[in-house]
Design a protein around this ligand. Sequence first.
Ligand SMILES: [Zn+2]
Length: 86
Amino acid sequence: MVTMNRDTETVHEAYAFVCLHCGHGWEEEYEIRHSTDLSGHRKADYYAHGVRVASPLTRADCPACNRGPIRILRPGRVNVAHAHLP
Ligand SMILES: [Zn+2]
């Protein structure tokens, strides 16, 4: 059976962020849908809590201070990075 989603691969990834301005650290889980468009180009759409969002790699604002810059870490490393902040 052929479906529209046969080329879509969905993965879940959690990213950890830390704000270099205020030191706020947090984690967010994303659903990443890899698919191939009609031109044959691979693309990845990011969803958080069922809502399409921009790639976490382009995120630049901090929810605590609305400034930044934001540093992206792998999950579980927020506390380590926090300890190394000046
Ligand atoms: Zn901040």
